[in-house]
Structures are given as structure tokens and as C-alpha cells.
Design a protein around this ligand. Structure first.
Ligand SMILES: [Zn+2]
Length: 120
């Protein structure tokens, strides 16, 4: 289970929730054309390590632990940006076109490149 931001009230809710527990927004009823799936590796990132998925405006969409995943519905071509909380890593862009399912694998990169994002 991952935490996502309610698109209506912007508060944290479970990605499994049918409706927002804060404002009642029908999360699962949103009709989306495309879908983006982020799946993190099981690399050890410690108790506090997190991968953070942001939108183009820097708004946090999801916070993922190791061996975690989230699905996000999209209606237009969308760029996501992922960073890792456990170090100073540059944002990595993940581009997802509308009308298709894009799946990305996220994990820690060897060396000083921080994290990797691979479309699978
Ligand atoms: Zn809400």
C-alpha cells in the first residue's frame, strides 16, 4: 500500500482507498485513459528511505518504500519526476504518454548516480 495525495483536498490517503477518507472524493471512479505504474526494487534503503514521485509542479503524488508500487491514472501525456529521500540525488524524469500503460522500475543505482528509472 502506498500513500497518494487526494486530487481534491491534497491530503494523504491510501492508494487502495475507494474514496478519500478526508473529503469523500471518489478516487477509484476517476476515468482515466492511460495508466502509469511505478514499482520500486527491493534494494535496502533503510527504515527512512523513500522514493518520492512528483508532478511537473513539484507536488508530491506518491511516496514509496522499497518493494512498493503504485498505479496512477492519466488523461494526458504526463511527466513524472522521481527522487530519493536518502541522499542528494537529482530528479529523474519518467514520461508517460496518454492512452497507454507505462510501467517503470525504480531502484538505487550503483555509483553516484543516485537512482535509476527504467521503463519496463
Ligand atoms: Zn480528499
Amino acid at each position: 500500500m502506498a500513500l497518494i495525495k487526494c486530487p481534491e483536498c491534497k491530503r494523504d490517503i491510501s492508494s487502495n482507498a475507494q474514496t478519500c477518507i478526508h473529503c469523500g472524493f471518489p478516487i477509484q471512479e476517476q476515468i482515466s485513459k492511460g495508466k502509469v505504474i511505478f514499482r520500486t526494487s527491493n534494494d535496502f534503503i533503510g527504515q527512512l528511505g523513500r522514493y518520492t514521485v512528483k508532478d511537473e509542479n513539484g507536488l508530491v503524488i506518491a511516496t514509496l518504500k522499497a518493494n512498493d508500487s503504485i498505479e496512477i491514472g492519466i488523461d494526458t501525456d504526463t511527466s513524472f519526476y522521481v527522487c530519493y529521500s536518502g541522499g542528494f540525488t537529482p530528479l529523474k524524469e519518467a514520461f508517460a504518454p496518454a492512452d497507454s500503460v507505462s510501467q517503470f522500475s525504480i531502484g538505487l543505482a550503483n555509483g553516484d548516480n543516485g537512482i535509476y528509472i527504467v521503463k519496463v
